[in-house]
Write a protein that binds this ligand. Structure first.
Ligand code: GAL
Length: 352
């Protein structure tokens, strides 16, 4: 029995020794080779933050427009200044070439491309509903600029805008610019009545009859005079489509027909006023002496002319304020933040 116990004891010791031999102490183990892709934590470079790129579609009614050229360039510049290491804006801008069919196709393409936000300067405000419906159905926020679709009452109540929380309009109230043009004439010592016959005889060069900027400037410039009790007479009213050459043709023809009966030339914008100035000079007339000339936009060359006296006055159409507001709102919208329906930027009277 004693022998059996001893034998069992020897066996138990032997088994224990074999078992211990199976697990060698750690320090004698060969270090495991590090996985090829696994850099040691201490030497790991900080992970570069992924930049998020937002796609922005900008549709301009027509590139060939002095004011909208300044405006669209500032949209691009301003987006660039807002970029950071982590946020980029990929801006695709397109020229509608004053053709609503072309612009509709461009908006369709923006939708197919999955733009994060669309900024649109409509070719025709009468097509606003079609464009709004498409963009809203695609779930893309829409910022309308420069050409305001008017509600039935001619006020800020366009159904497609007020009924859609992701649609807004950014612009300036064209009534204000028209009123300022009229007030500049009203405030002249002779109130625009150069020949002293008690009536201000004027020529009106209209931008584009479908555009509220043109409608309101045409109406409110004259209204500022009649509201002040000044009698007026319209000699010529003609459409120049915001274009310098057309403005020149219209005013040259008016001067040929009415000569010194014309006391004031109102142009709905500065481009047409530049054309008018050339026609006035060619006719041997002198602004500030025997005729007055008004524009809107305050293009640099027109501000210089106002300084020199070769233009009576203009009204600053703040393309910086408007483009920055449009971009700020577009960014809010693409971030899913709530936006208002209307954003307004003031005009400023420009006289010597
Ligand atoms: C007006 C501007 C014009 C022309 C037009 C285009 O606000 O005064 O010069 O750019 O917009 O819609």
């Amino acid at each position: 029995m004693k022998k059996l116990v001893s034998l069992l004891l020897v066996l138990a010791i032997a088994v224990t020794l074999v078992a211990c031999g199976g697990s060698k102490p750690a320090e004698t183990q060969a270090p495991a080779a590090p996985a090829a892709t696994e850099a040691p934590a201490a030497t790991e470079a900080p992970a570069a933050a992924e930049a998020k790129t937002y796609n922005v579609g900008v549709a301009i009614y027509q590139y060939n427009d002095n004011f909208m050229t300044l405006y669209r360039q500032e949209i691009e510049n301003y987006f660039k200044t807002l970029e950071t290491d982590t946020v980029k804006y990929n801006v695709t801008m397109v020229d509608g070439k004053n053709d609503m069919g072309e612009q509709t196709n461009q908006i369709d393409t923006f939708i197919t491309q999955g733009m994060d936000v669309i900024i649109c300067n409509l070719v025709q405000t009468s097509s606003a509903e079609v464009i709004i419906d498409k963009v809203v159905a695609a779930g893309i926020p829409l910022v309308l600029i420069n050409r305001e679709p008017l509600g039935d009452n001619g006020d800020e109540s366009y159904p497609g805008i007020i009924n859609n929380p992701t649609v807004c309009y950014v612009g300036a109230d064209a009534r204000q610019s028209g009123t300022y043009q009229g007030e500049i004439v009203r405030d002249l010592p002779n109130h625009g009545d150069i020949n002293g016959d008690g009536v201000v005889s004027y020529v009106m060069v209209v931008g584009d009859p479908e555009n509220p900027d043109a409608q309101y400037r045409t109406e409110y410039s004259v209204k500022a005079l009649t509201d002040a009790g000044i009698e007026v007479k319209e000699l010529v009213k003609n459409v120049g489509n915001w274009d310098q050459t057309k403005g020149q043709e219209i005013v040259a023809a008016a001067l040929a027909q009415y000569a010194d009966q014309i006391e004031v030339v109102f142009c709905n914008n500065d481009a047409m006023a530049l054309g008018a100035a050339a026609a006035i000079e060619a006719a041997g007339r002198k602004v500030g002496e025997d005729i007055y000339l008004l524009g809107v936009d305050a293009l640099d060359e027109c501000q210089e002319m106002v300084q020199k006296g070769t233009m009576t006055g203009t009204v600053l159409n703040d393309h910086i304020g408007q483009s920055h507001t449009a971009v700020d709102v577009a960014i809010k919208a693409l971030n899913g933040e709530a936006i208002d329906n209307y954003y307004w930027v003031d005009y400023v009277k420009v006289t010597k």
